[in-house]
Design a protein around this ligand. Structure first.
Ligand SMILES: CC(C)(COP(=O)(O)OP(=O)(O)OC[C@H]1O[C@@H](n2cnc3c(N)ncnc32)[C@H](O)[C@@H]1OP(=O)(O)O)[C@@H](O)C(=O)NCCC(=O)NCCS
Length: 169
């Protein structure tokens, strides 16, 4: 049965401590990547009810530095499911201490694969996007999957129909 992105919504809220920072006093990129990976992993697990592994990190944009003491909220949702793989979109926010207003600092796109106890890929439920943003992310997911497979040497560019359509029209 198909599921919605909301079913896999995962929200991790945590504070940035001095041990998590680089010499400028901002959150260390690797620490943020780890937190994003954990949120995506939980999201993929909620969607598939299976063991999941990270297959690729397709995109991460470190748009703004995250200063020590920040309260960071990481929100991950499955944007599209294929046969055994799932694309997970993760958005990262910080909140202003006084106003509590949130601003988006980073985002990432991860691919997870559901596997059995022997690490063999298994089928996952499909996704039915609901909101305009979920629909936009769903639509682009096949292009991003094909690009990721080409970059990892697992697909020939000539086989990437969806990607080619973007350029040929
Ligand atoms: C991810 C993994 C299970 C894929 O296994 P595989 O033998 O390549 O299996 P397949 O070729 O059938 O690929 C399975 C799915 O992953 C997708 N996939 C594999 N590599 C991908 C990549 N780089 N980008 C996007 N999707 C990818 C395939 O397209 C396929 O998707 P689909 O079933 O939805 O169509 C396997 O490579 C693995 O176990 N890797 C290690 C994972 C891990 O330990 N991660 C933590 C790193 S520390």
């Amino acid at each position: 049965m198909a599921k919605t992105p909301k079913d896999s919504l995962t929200i991790l809220t945590d504070i940035v401590l001095p041990a998590d920072t680089n010499p400028l006093g901002n959150l260390f990129g690797g620490e943020l990547l780890g937190r994003m990976d954990r949120a995506c992993s939980i999201s993929a697990r909620r969607h598939s009810h299976a063991i999941v592994v990270t297959a690729s990190v397709n995109h991460v944009a470190f748009n703004k530095a995250v200063p020590v003491g920040s309260v960071v909220t990481i929100e991950a949702k499955v944007s599209r499911a294929f046969k055994s793989s799932m694309e997970i979109y993760v958005d990262v926010w910080i909140e202003d201490r006084e106003s509590q207003i949130r601003s988006k600092v980073n985002e990432g796109i991860y691919t997870f694969v559901a596997v059995d106890k022997n690490g063999k890929p298994i089928a996952v439920p499909q996704i039915e996007p609901e909101t305009a943003l979920e629909k936009e992310r769903y639509e682009g997911a096949l292009r991003r999957k094909q690009l990721s497979l080409i970059l990892s040497g697992k697909m020939k560019p000539t086989d990437a129909d969806e990607l080619r359509a973007l350029f040929v029209g």
